[in-house]
Design a protein around this ligand. Structure first.
Ligand SMILES: NC(=O)c1ccc[n+]([C@@H]2O[C@H](COP(=O)([O-])OP(=O)(O)OC[C@H]3O[C@@H](n4cnc5c(N)ncnc54)[C@H](OP(=O)(O)O)[C@@H]3O)[C@@H](O)[C@H]2O)c1
Length: 291
């Protein structure tokens, strides 16, 4: 008999999660606040529940993907104490570590078990073998549901038993890291456009920079693991000097240069606190210690 799973929330992401589970042959029950979004899934074989608590009651595993955590509390407002006994909730809504910790306590108070998760891809990435969704929660619970959860992303993994860790990782890398780099592309493309260079002209340089970034991050991870911060290729001082030059050039063109200015401040703090001769990896212990 096929495994049963419920999906709560059928926005762009929740619909793709439900469709992927259906295509894999699971028995899927869905619920969405606006019921019309269930129509296509119903014609593909999904059942629909009249409420989120009903969806949770019919399957041992429920995957929720609503805009925010508070939407899930709203959807489950009528759930009594002990009503979630025997149910595991996996919440893939985007949020902070503290949201995951509070939701975990809320579910356990009602007799259920909880895994938190984060999705670092667009809906088009769901169901691919190389997609890594990140989960956090009890390892035994992960082991019980891993087969179903890996249908959503074949490279998915449990990053920690600390239920807030998955959200921290998602806020940090697809959140802060990716968006900062993405935003910097637009800031710099706007700057060079004043010299007749189009965004399309940047393709090859951006590709090289991304490869270099990959190598630099790998080298920095090794340096951090060994605790070795001696400058080898470029010192923090020389990098700070070139970043300041970039910031000043952008600002001379009456552009704010918000991101490059923030980067200059970061490296300046490292210079002022005595890290001039070290390599950029030395920023990690400085920042970790509150610098
Ligand atoms: N789309 C992406 O590329 C992507 C990537 C990674 C992570 N995520 C995360 O996945 C989550 C869902 O994103 P999405 O793209 O599917 O968003 P979406 O298309 O805007 O859908 C939002 C979902 O939340 C529901 N909702 C909103 N307010 C609600 C409320 N008060 N009560 C009950 N349900 C409510 C909506 O129901 P209605 O249909 O009734 O409005 C809908 O099911 C978000 O946390 C997002 O950050 C999305």
């Amino acid at each position: 008999m096929p495994q049963q799973v419920s999906v709560v929330g059928l926005g762009n992401m929740g619909s793709k999660l439900a469709a992927t589970l259906l295509e894999a042959g699971l028995e899927v029950t869905v619920w969405n606040r606006s019921p019309e979004k269930a129509a296509e899934l119903k014609s593909a074989g999904a059942r629909s529940a009249a409420s989120a608590p009903e969806a949770m009651a019919v399957a041992p595993l429920t995957i929720a993907c609503l805009a925010r955590y508070e939407n899930l509390y709203d959807a489950l407002a009528d759930v009594d104490r002990e009503a979630l006994s025997g149910s595991t909730l996996v919440n893939l809504s985007w949020g902070a570590p503290e949201d995951a910790q509070a939701m975990d306590a809320w579910v356990r108070e009602r007799g259920g078990t909880y895994i938190d998760g984060g999705i670092p891809v667009y809906p088009s990435g769901i169901g691919r073998s190389d997609t890594e969704l990140v989960f956090s929660g009890p390892a035994d619970l992960w082991a019980r549901h891993v087969e179903v959860l890996k249908i959503l992303g074949g490279a998915s993994r449990l990053v920690s038993e600390d239920v807030g860790a998955g959200n921290a990782l998602c806020l940090a890398v697809p959140g802060g890291f990716y968006h900062t780099a993405y935003g910097a592309f637009f800031e710099m493309a706007a700057y060079v456009s004043r010299y007749g260079i189009t965004p399309s002209d940047l393709r090859s340089q951006v590709s090289s920079a991304l490869r270099l970034l990959d190598e630099s991050v790998e080298e920095s991870i090794n340096a951090i693991e060994k605790g070795e911060y001696d400058g080898n290729q470029a010192s923090i001082w020389i990098q700070w000097d070139s970043i300041v030059m970039a910031r000043d050039a952008v600002q001379r063109q009456n552009q704010k240069g918000t991101l490059v200015d923030a980067l200059a401040s970061l490296f300046e703090r490292a210079v002022e606190s005595g890290h001039s001769d070290e390599r950029a990896a030395a920023l990690f212990p400085m920042l970790k210690d509150g610098g």
